[in-house]
Write a protein that binds this ligand. Structure first.
Ligand SMILES: *Cc1c(COP(=O)(O)O)cnc(C)c1O
Length: 376
């Protein structure tokens, strides 16, 4: 929570739920990543929050961009990035989208199988490709599962195939899982990356780059290690596995860049119980899973919630959204402590919501308009 956000809400008094993002915090987060990982190029993961103001700020500070679609490539270009500063990091792309990105000047693409390599070779000849390897995501609060990447042995074949098809076999990527709170998470993935580098070197192909992905956390209810600690742990793991021949590295922070910069203002619509003798209160907000808080799925991400009644006693409540879908419950398995005096009409502030909220909001489910966002 920043003074600027509080001032904005107090003066503008926007009606309905909204996200407010403070660019000063994004600026600080970028500078912190720079300091913590001074040898890594920063590729902001556009999907975390593609607001033009954020992209323009990051472009002006020298950030590069990780895009997952042609639209995200275009957003990065409109924000002032040149195409050589954009990586098409999605391993799942239509061939015509690869061609469109190539036409826009993008020449770096993620792959995780030979089928995708063949698309890139046809649609973006001569480009650099990096191959994503699977990681186990232990320690991540929002794991990215087995959807992306292949085993390291297959990554070698994928990159050899790329080389045969005239592409530049550029490197290896992985993602240790989003909201990764274990500093050691990068170690095993870097060991795998080193194996791929060695196997390719035996074939005369010298990979250059390791893409360390995202995973850098935002502080929600629990403390998380500082960016400096991540930088240190990653540097040690790189040295352990690559000795003094360190590859070029890039990081792709999304959540860690913008999560802490945003606050959602919402309102209590209803407080009720399911029976007269039931002492568990249900608190319904004017925002829920379909209004931007999709990451409460499986109660994965628990956001800090502030109210003007936080000096009184608290009790655990079920917290739910306003829509008519029974899946629109935020916290029930582990009820959320809220002030006993919290009542209908009260405003609540949901912190740490700068990432993965505004674009997850549905367009009009139940007639609720998409989450409004203000970037200040
Ligand atoms: C989503 C994503 C990121 C950003 O991850 P965070 O955990 O939000 O930092 C980075 N790289 C790729 C390829 C992604 O898909």
């Amino acid at each position: 929570m920043t003074e600027r956000i509080i001032d904005f809400l107090n003066t503008r008094r926007p009606d309905g739920p909204c996200l407010v993002v403070d660019l000063d915090v994004v600026r600080e987060n970028f500078a912190t990543f720079r300091r913590a990982l001074p040898d890594s190029a920063i590729y902001y993961a556009v999907k975390a929050n593609p607001a033009p103001e954020i992209l323009r700020l990051l472009a002006s500070m020298g950030s590069n961009f990780d895009a997952a679609s042609v639209s995200e490539v275009e957003l990065a270009l409109e924000a002032g990035a040149t195409p050589d500063r954009i990586s098409f990091g999605n391993t799942i792309k239509k061939e015509r989208d690869i061609a469109r990105a190539f036409l826009l000047g993008v020449t770096m693409f993620a792959v995780d199988c030979v089928e995708e390599v063949e698309k890139v070779a046809r649609a973006a000849p001569g480009s650099r490709v990096f191959c994503r390897v699977l990681t186990d995501c232990t320690g991540a609060e929002w794991p990215l599962s087995r959807k992306f990447g292949c085993v390291p042995a297959m990554a070698c074949d994928v990159l050899l195939h790329a080389d045969r098809l005239g592409l530049v076999a550029h490197g290896v990527s992985f993602h240790v899982g989003s909201q990764q709170t274990q500093l050691g998470a990068w170690d095993a993935a870097l060991a795998d990356a080193r194996c791929v580098f060695d196997t390719l070197a035996d074939e005369g192909i010298h990979l250059k780059m390791v893409n360390l992905g995202g995973g850098f956390p935002t502080r929600y209810l629990k403390d998380v290690p500082a960016a400096e600690a991540y930088g240190q742990a990653i540097f040690e793991a790189l040295s352990r596995h690559f000795g003094n021949r360190l590859p070029e590295t890039i990081i792709e922070p999304g959540r860690g860049m913008v999560g802490s910069a945003g606050v959602i203002k919402a309102e209590v619509v209803l407080v009720s119980r399911k029976a007269d003798n039931d002492n568990l209160r249900w608190v319904y907000l004017d925002i829920g899973k379909f209004g931007g808080l999709a990451e409460t799925m499986d109660e994965s991400i628990r956001y800090p919630i502030r109210t003007s009644r936080d000096d009184g006693p608290f009790e655990p409540c079920v917290l739910a959204g306003p829509t008519c879908d029974s899946a629109d419950v935020l916290y029930e398995k582990t009820p959320y402590p809220l002030p006993v005096s919290l009542t209908i009409g009260d405003e609540v502030l949901i912190e740490g919501t700068g990432a993965y909220t505004s674009t997850y909001s549905s367009v009009a489910f139940n007639g609720f308009e998409p989450l409004r966002a203000y970037v200040i």
